[in-house]
Design a protein around this ligand. Sequence first.
Ligand code: MOS
Length: 756
Amino acid sequence: MPITALNPGQQKASGIASDGAKPAPKQLAMRYDARAKVTGTAKYAGEFRAPTDAVYAFVVQSTIPSGSIASIDQAAATKSSGVLAVITPFNAPKLPPANPQPPARRHITVLQEREIFYNGQPVAVVVARSLPEAIQAASLLRITYRQTAAKLRFRERLGEARPPKFPGREPAAQTRGDLAAAMSKGTVRVEQTYTTPYQHHNPMEPHATLAWWEGGKLNVYDSTQYIAGDCMTIARTLGIPTDNVHLECPYTGGGFGCKGSTWSHVILAAMAAKVVGKPVKLTLERPQMWGPVGGRPTTVQQIKLAATQDGKITGVQHDVIVHTSLMEDFLEPSADQTRMLYASEACATSHKMVDMNLGVATFMRAPGESTGTAALETAMDELALALKMDPVQLRLTNYAEKDPGSDKPWSSKHLRECYEQAGERFGWSKRNPQPASMREGNKLIGWGMATATYPANRSAAQALVRILTNGHAFVGCGSQDLGTGTYTIMAQTAGDTLGIDPRLVEAKLGDSTLPKAPASGGSQSAASICPAISAAAMQAKLKVAQLAINDPESPLHGAIVADISASDGRLFLSSSPGSSDSYADILSRNGGKPVEALGSTEPGEDSTAMSTHSFGAVFAEVAVDAETYMVEVRRIVATYDIGTLINDTTGINQLEGGIVWGVGFALHEESHLDETYGRYVNANLAEYHVPVNADIGKLDVTVLNIPDIKFNPLGARGIGEIGITGTAAAVGNAIFHATGKRIRNFPITLDKLMNA
Ligand code: MOS
């Protein structure tokens, strides 16, 4: 994969004295966990064993969307082979009244109520010797319900949309400037409605929990994106101190947001373990991934754009309606990027929600920006067409030199270079702007583009770094690796700062006893934990340097700290590189014990004074069959401005994964809701379509690699989510260019193209 390295600082050694200029990180070429993954020694939550044999729990789900449970006859189930317990709202242990849980104002259904909020809600747990016995017994439960009318027809109830009860990361509605006046100045207008479907995350590894009690202490293996938050939610829900929960998750088999919070099954596993007095394993089956563990809300987005003849946008209006559950509000903030992406005189955005008898929606890869850019960047393409202007030129004409929403300066923004570099690699200048003008035999060829963007987030984090007597090192951090590369960048960052080959660094994460890290969500892990690791490594290195300075036998004896640098497992004098001493020798002469330090970092003081975002430009080529309307995505060329790329292998792979999801968003992904019974009818991976290799053509992903030092000392912004943004619109815009048909409701399937 070609990487464009434009990193200004390519120095190698990492000096103790830091002058603020960041040398390029010494990369770990192979994924840290590659061997464990390919040899199958990497263990996931459902694969662990407890100290004593575990029994199995199966979650029984409601078969109605709305009402209450009248009775449960469990006689036959209880007598069934191997059954240890049948737990229902009628006999479940009573939990303390709900506490505020992370994220705030959660409502998880854990058999404390008889009320039914959605079809698929957990209504009982059967615990048995084996999983087949638990499933068999579950089928013997006789549950009677009192049904009430369900709210399931979203499109028919848009008139009932209401503002969210609680604010999100930004206000739900915002107006800047005089919208009516600005709109009337624009003589070229676009006014359209775009829709996006229900989607469900479906990482390869379904949710799984293994729980057992030792007295008042709870041990849990859980597949999670947020060890510390999971512990906190479990503890608060069960009414025990957080320190009494020990949670481990060395590998997370994908998350994409659905493992960012704690769902019913985790609590139910712990509850079942208490009831039967044995370790309990609870793994969700694939169809159970539709409903009880979150999903992306469906959206209806109305966009109005007005521009003058020369392409200057005067007014923007973006009004979003999403669905929400009856249990709690979750807002997909699809209009947030509209506030910051382009300059305009006035901008009004709003979000409203419609109550539905469905499971709670949650963060799903690039919550807000994925659905929001699908709509906004399609509208921009429509505006370019109306103006007879090149789509890239339209975006450059309205380039935002500072954040128009907050009026703050960017920490760093190089979106212009992204358009330029990706456009060049794509060959955009050769595009004939006329729709349906490019043809190869039976194939209609189309080229489209869009802008990508996602906020750069960062939270407080802690990490431990230990220099070992053999000259190797250890780095520990209570973070998570979703397959994203956390292990790799942990080892790399520690090794880079210590001047120790990253291949000699052992990395440990996924354990609640390790120093605290934030959720692996919001694309923030690298930007949060790497500074903490770097700070810890710096301190550990200083401690060893001090030992050497005080050691008459060391060639560094009496040196000044500022003169000491590290490389290849040795400390040396910058002024006289021949004078050096290895970590191993220094430690063996000075007590023969490892030296360690804890690093603790948080966002910089000026983090609220600037606007921090990543950007990118995505170009797509599609070939559409003129008769069947089968769409083939031939190539995607994208360039991103994400600050420093910490690791080429894992970083580019992250961006590619996001793009693949963007293609799925454009063409495939959709959960089909049965609007009478409230179940998703395609709750399996055969009928819930995601892209396979054959659906993805050539990917050409590059990054500018320009450090954003104002955002964090490593200059790195997150990359987990930006890849999905913009991609859906780029593909849709290419389809329009190929066919002259504009599909405004995602996914763009053959039937919609055929009937357009
Ligand atoms: Mo991501 S949707 O913030 O896990």
